[in-house]
Design a protein around this ligand. Structure first.
Ligand code: C5P
Length: 321
């Protein structure tokens, strides 16, 4: 019997987030260019007598350890699909900002799906994992696939986007998170204030060809120029100080800046690794954020990083690989 499985899963930034009108189910249609970046959570799944969650990392105190945690929901959902009691200990090592607009919760949901699937030997098809992921949340399918992808519908319908090489980002985290539903709600409120009262008056969300071209050719300057987030005004309305963070990054030489997803993390593009390191240092010193970290992308989605532990023929436990 395996004793544990560890899955590593990256954060995302939306290089573009075009938000349409609110649908009858309460969600908003989006055209989202998801971009996976090298800030990671690790989720370790171990058999236990009941489902439980523990969390480690700087922001651990802000992560729910009750059934509202997407990792717990993932274990329950996969277990229900295959008739397995989800008696596992899910340990989350948090490297992704919590409630930061970088899909940290979604990442843990995706990692738990992959980890439980491996631990239980369910052998779920990729298509089943993607379907369960979409049930867990709009951003969870992308956390499974990683890379760069266009997300349509509410963000769960993915099409891979071709990219060349690696891009260099810097992420400035804020003190405290923002609630995604609250930011979408503020977006609706601001649209109503500015005259777009009916949902049908909001244009159908679409992707900017200039962004796709920047990604295809690996051009960081063109990527920086094409960044766009329709939730940014709402995030700034709820957290006006983010304008200072964005300005500090631009003043320090960023070639593109935007709020990541529903925020409050701010994302910046740099031309290379050295520029990203310098930008992160300048942002940290600016006093306009809690901390700033460079990260490259794209990177793969949720992957097993440790093989199951198995008993060696003549002795103690050893790695299967
Ligand atoms: O899908 P998920 O559970 O992550 O979404 C959280 C909330 O964010 C939704 O309940 C909804 O209020 C908002 N949302 C939205 N439109 C989307 C995605 C999320 O309005 N496309």
């Amino acid at each position: 019997m395996q004793s544990s499985i560890t899955v590593r899963v990256p954060a995302k930034v939306n290089a573009q987030l075009a938000v349409g009108g609110r649908r009858s189910d309460g969600y908003h249609g989006v055209a989202s260019v998801f971009f996976s970046v090298g800030l990671y959570d690790e989720v370790t799944v171990t058999p236990a007598d009941r489902l439980r969650i523990t969390v480690a990392g700087t922001d651990a105190a802000f992560v729910p350890t009750d059934p509202s945690n997407l990792a717990a929901k993932a274990a329950l959902l996969l277990g229900a699909r295959y008739g397995i009691e989800p008696n596992v200990h899910l340990h989350i090592d948090k490297g992704i900002p919590v409630a930061g607009g970088m899909a940290g919760g979604s990442a843990d949901g995706a990692a738990a799906l992959v980890g439980c699937d491996a631990l239980w030997g369910t052998g779920a098809d990729r298509s089943v994992l993607l379907e369960l992921a979409a049930e867990l949340g709009s951003d969870v399918p992308f956390s499974l696939t990683g890379g760069v992808a266009l997300g349509e519908g509410r963000g769960e319908r993915l099409t891979p986007v071709p990219t060349a090489g690696s891009f260099h980002w810097v992420f400035a985290t804020a003190e405290g998170g923002l609630s995604t539903p609250a930011v979408y709600g503020e977006c609706d409120r601001l649209r109503e204030l500015t005259g777009g009262s009916s949902d049908t008056e909001v244009p159908v969300p679409a992707t900017d060809p200039a962004l796709l071209e920047a990604l295809r050719t690996g051009d960081p300057g063109a990527l920086g120029a094409a960044l766009r987030n329709d939730l940014q005004a709402a995030a700034l309305s709820l957290r006006p100080a983010l304008a200072d963070t964005l300005r500090a990054g631009t003043d320090a030489g960023a070639i593109g800046a935007l709020v990541s997803g529903s925020g409050p993390t701010c994302a910046f593009v740099a031309k290379d690794a050295a520029a990203a390191a310098a930008l992160a240092a300048a942002l940290t010193a600016s006093g306009t954020c809690r901390t700033a970290r460079p990260a490259e992308g794209p990177v793969p989605g949720a992957v097993l990083v440790r093989r199951p532990l198995v008993p060696a023929p003549n002795g103690p436990v050893s790695r299967a690989d």
